[in-house]
Design a protein around this ligand. Structure first.
Ligand code: HEC
Ligand code: HEC
Length: 430
């Protein structure tokens, strides 16, 4: 914008210089070419005879008025035109902002009415569910399930706008419909753009992201502790909360121990945060730290985080059946299926995203820290990763902060570095 404004000024100055030079040239030639009026030497025109008709008679008020009007017009042109020119960049900015508002409000209408995203993704993108029918390969009925539709009020942190455009155009897994023309959907390119403008406007700030992710994680820890310690099952909320706090403090202690072990093994890395992180993460991935199992459990809970209908976690794409609670038995008259659909999940066994078990992630990523970097950034369309990975359509989200250069915005990360590390250690243990 600054560049545009200064270009505008430069062009303005050049035009001004051209006009000025032109005027001087004009003056020069018209003075040089000025000749005495033809016939003037014979007889003077009446208005030039001093003693014939007085000026007062010739110079009527009408002449004053037209001269005055001409002067006023000249002033307007002389003053207003440069002013108009100088104000142009600001006007363009306002125009862009106005355009933005129009797009956002049209996108909102599409979200809530036109395309009914709200029915599945909830008001303002808080997340929701869609009731859908699972069928087998030949189209036979398996069950009626509630499929989690992830929160979209954090989607700008996960994906670039092109990556979002891809899901909107083509849909996903038959449950997220294809909306854009390329995928055979009803919306135009501009309408998809309008929806993206609206999505930008509903993103929640970092403190809310942290709070939501933490709430989901704590719910997971509470459930785990209740299954391990029957006495907690009927305990009041404060008791459960305290137990969760203790558990998380133990996890933190394991992490601190790993950092210490890393520095003890190689004192030269002390003070280099990234080197300590990388070395500690290797130890934690290999199960070499006392209390390591707890750290993996923590990573698993983050992997399975249910907050925002799975928006903060990994299981919805990497664990088959997780998105529709396949291990939970629903009422048979509603889901049409006796018993649960699965006896148990295969964590990270693969679904929309690839299978991460049997050491896959160790083969793809030589080091734990490069694995962590991938989770932080996610896939980028056209950019290779690890050993044999490519950017594809960019559908593996990034969980660290993401900067949109075009908008000049950095969207906050969904997970902290510590949380990403725990998930990495867990995945490398699979
Ligand atoms: C019929 C229900 C339904 C409707 C309507 C719907 N979606 Fe979805 N959408 C889903 C489901 C379910 C998923 C997750 C798919 C999966 O788990 O594979 C999803 C995924 C997405 C994703 C990917 C998010 C992520 O983090 O993975 C985006 C973006 C999205 N939808 C946006 C929209 C927008 C915008 C609209 C309206 C134009 C819309 N959806 C309409 C059900 C729906
Ligand atoms: C919206 C779906 C989605 C979510 C959520 C998701 N992933 Fe992925 N993941 C993918 C896709 C798609 C790929 C790449 C598939 C390809 O191109 O081969 C991928 C690839 C990966 C890979 C590389 C594996 C390989 O063999 O190339 C790792 C590791 C991974 N994901 C970990 C995670 C972790 C950890 C999380 C949660 C913090 C997560 N994923 C969340 C969809 C997802």
């Amino acid at each position: 914008m600054l560049l545009a404004a200064s270009t505008q000024r430069t062009v303005g100055m050049v035009i001004l210089a051209i006009v000025f030079i032109g005027f001087v040239v004009y003056l020069f030639f018209s003075l040089r070419g000025a000749k005495p009026e033809v016939g003037s030497e014979i007889v003077l025109a009446p208005n030039r005879r001093v003693d014939d008709v007085p000026d007062e008679v010739l110079e009527t008020r009408r002449l004053d008025r037209s001269l005055g009007a001409a002067l006023a017009m000249l002033t307007v042109i002389g003053v207003a035109l440069p002013l108009y020119w100088l104000g142009e960049p600001g006007r363009q900015e306002n125009r862009v902002a106005g355009f933005d508002r129009t797009f956002t409000s049209r996108g909102e209408r599409l979200y809530t009415e036109g395309a009914q995203c709200v029915n599945c993704h909830g008001p303002e993108g808080v997340g929701g569910v869609v009731s859908t029918t699972l069928t087998d390969d030949s189209g036979g009925f398996i069950a009626q399930v509630n499929w989690k539709a992830p929160a979209l009020n954090t989607v700008m942190s996960r994906y670039s706008e092109d990556e979002i455009r891809y899901v909107l155009n083509y849909g996903r897994n038959g449950v997220m419909p294809a909306w854009g023309a390329p995928g055979g959907g009803p919306l135009t390119v501009q309408q998809i753009d309008e929806i993206i403008h609206y999505l930008r406007s509903i993103q929640i700030p970092e403190d809310e992201i942290r709070a939501e992710a933490d709430a989901g994680l704590r719910a997971g820890v509470a459930e785990l502790l209740k299954s391990e310690r029957p006495e907690l099952a009927d305990a009041d909320a404060a008791t459960v909360d305290a137990a969760v706090d203790d558990w998380l403090a133990e996890v933190e202690a394991v992490r601190a121990r790993a950092d210490q072990m890393a520095v003890d093994a190689d004192p030269s890395i002390a003070g280099d945060d990234r080197a300590v992180r990388a070395a500690a993460l290797e130890l934690l991935s290999d199960g070499k730290v006392p209390g390591n199992e707890l750290y993996w459990q923590y990573g698993h809970l983050l992997f399975d985080n249910t907050a925002g209908q799975g928006a903060f976690g990994c299981a919805r794409c990497h664990t088959f059946g997780w998105s529709y609670d396949a291990t939970t038995d629903g009422p048979d008259d509603v889901d049409g299926h006796p018993g649960p659909l699965l006896d148990e999940y295969v964590p990270g066994g693969g679904f929309f995203g690839p299978n991460l078990t049997n050491g896959v992630t160790r083969r793809v990523f030589d080091t734990a820290i490069s694995h962590a970097d991938f989770i932080t950034e996610g896939q980028t369309i056209g950019k290779p990763y690890g050993r044999g990975g490519d950017g594809g359509n960019g559908q593996m989200p990034g969980f660290g902060p993401r900067t949109d250069d075009d908008l000049g915005v950095t969207w906050p990360g969904l997970l902290t570095d510590d949380q990403i590390d725990a998930i990495v250690a867990f995945e490398r243990s699979l």
